[in-house]
Design a protein around this ligand. Structure first.
Ligand code: B12
Ligand code: SF4
Ligand code: SF4
Length: 341
């Protein structure tokens, strides 16, 4: 007879998740806004997350992402989101496909995770079904589901749940799927059986740090978002004139997101093709021709990218990125420290 945890995990795999694991959320006094001192928590992981998040914020590494600074106690403590939360089920979806972007002059480059349908939508559909299955099994329990959309430090919980470890580029790396897992989770009041955390296998490797074109990985495991091309091309809402010439040059041909630190990771040798056709690229996302993209009107942008993560950059942001890439296409690309050595 399978246990409750085994039944839930089996259901997750049937729904098309590629990785699933459980962390027990240790009891600790829930932090209220009056009691925000992290040392009052008995919970080590929550305390570590809180401290690291505060440190990251104190350097201003979140740039204009003010939502990251909003209520850090809540972001580092699942019990502040779901009172009585006892377990967190981490879920991963493999989005790798063995295709490579056209890097010829005149083409832009879009990060892999944005080649197909928006993963937020995919996760939402599957998480909803898993949540219903859990509530059918235990109607008295309570749940919350998120995929990038909530105040949860997803990578740290996924590491605890055995999905992989946080690599020096600060993303989760899996021995099974390399760099290519997207993450979501269900918080539950159920007491589920925990998995073992994954051990950090980075060792003396620092390829991702060397491959970063902008030096955004300021030290192992820490990313200054303000320097990161992913931030500059997706989250940053300012105009072209608000980005320094040096930074614009280093953005190169990237028009939405950046995969350089993920691409270089030696653990990608194990990457497998995604089972989910929703992640497949189109010619517009795999070989985006800059001149063609510049002809997109706001309406056609909305139409083409309605169900794509690219929508997040907004029309103005996407146009800005294309214009930067077009200027860069007339120049010699910058060398990263790995290319110089
Ligand atoms: C804000 C954010 C960004 C920001 C900031 C990135 C960052 N590293 O924080 C920007 C816009 C730059 C960004 C970019 C990308 N993102 Co993002 N992002 C997030 C988000 C919303 C929050 C991350 C966060 O909490 N940051 C705050 C800081 C404090 O946390 P942190 O860097 O994770 O720090 C941890 C570790 O570094 C570690 N740590 C810190 N110091 C030390 C020291 C030691 C010694 C050790 C051992 C550990 C350690 O502890 C910290 C706490 O866990 C998450 C979703 C979520 N809710 O978690 C997605 C998420 C992390 N992003 C994701 C993706 C895919 C990307 C991109 C690859 C997209 C792309 N191709 O362009 C890039 C990768 C850039 C990079 N190298 O990080 C995925 C990552 C999946 C995975 N396998 O890990 C997530 C989980 C979304 C999802 N649901 O799948 N992102
Ligand atoms: S996503 Fe690109 S710019 Fe950001 S840390 Fe990785 S390599 Fe550097
Ligand atoms: S490239 Fe090397 S240091 Fe970076 S995450 Fe992969 S194994 Fe770790």
């Amino acid at each position: 007879m399978p246990t409750l945890t085994e039944t839930i995990k089996q259901k997750a795999l049937e729904l098309g998740f590629d990785a699933v694991g459980v962390t027990r959320v240790p009891p600790g006094p829930p932090r209220s806004t009056q009691d925000s001192n992290p040392t009052n928590s008995e919970n080590d992981l929550q305390r570590r997350l809180y401290t690291r998040l505060l440190e990251w914020l104190s350097h201003g590494f979140h740039g204009t992402m003010e939502w990251m600074a909003h209520n850090p106690e809540r972001r580092s403590n699942p019990q502040a989101i779901l009172p009585g939360c006892k377990s967190l089920i981490s879920l991963g979806m493999n989005y790798y496909s063995p295709q490579f972007p056209n890097e010829a002059v005149g083409y832009g480059r879009i990060a892999r995770y944005a080649w197909g349908e928006d993963y937020h939508r995919l996760f939402k559909r599957k998480l909803k079904r898993l949540e219903s299955a859990i509530l059918d099994l235990r109607p008295q329990s309570q749940t919350r589901r998120y995929a990038d959309t909530g105040p949860v430090m997803e990578k740290a919980w996924a590491q605890q749940a055995g999905l992989g470890w946080i690599g020096k580029h600060s993303n989760l790396v899996s021995t099974e799927f390399g760099s290519w897992l997207l993450l979501g989770e269900i918080l539950t009041t159920l007491e589920l059986d925990p998995d073992e955390p994954t051990t950090d296998l980075c060792g003396s490797c620092s390829l991702c740090i060397q491959a970063c074109p902008t030096g955004a990985i300021t030290e192992p495991y820490v990313v200054d978002a303000e320097k990161c091309i992913s931030y500059l091309t997706i989250e940053f809402r300012g105009g072209e004139e608000e980005i320094s010439e040096e930074r614009k040059y280093r953005i190169g041909n990237r028009i939405f997101g950046c995969d350089d630190c993920l691409d270089i990771c030696p653990f990608n040798v194990h990457a497998q093709s995604t089972k989910d056709p929703a992640f497949q690229s189109s010619s517009l996302t795999l070989n985006p021709h800059l001149n063609t993209l510049l002809t997109l009107t706001e309406e056609s942008f909305r139409e083409h990218f309605q169900h794509s993560p690219i929508r997040r950059a907004k029309y103005e942001g996407f146009r800005r990125n294309i214009s930067i890439a077009q200027n860069n296409s007339k120049r010699k690309p910058p060398l990263t420290s790995i290319q110089r050595s």
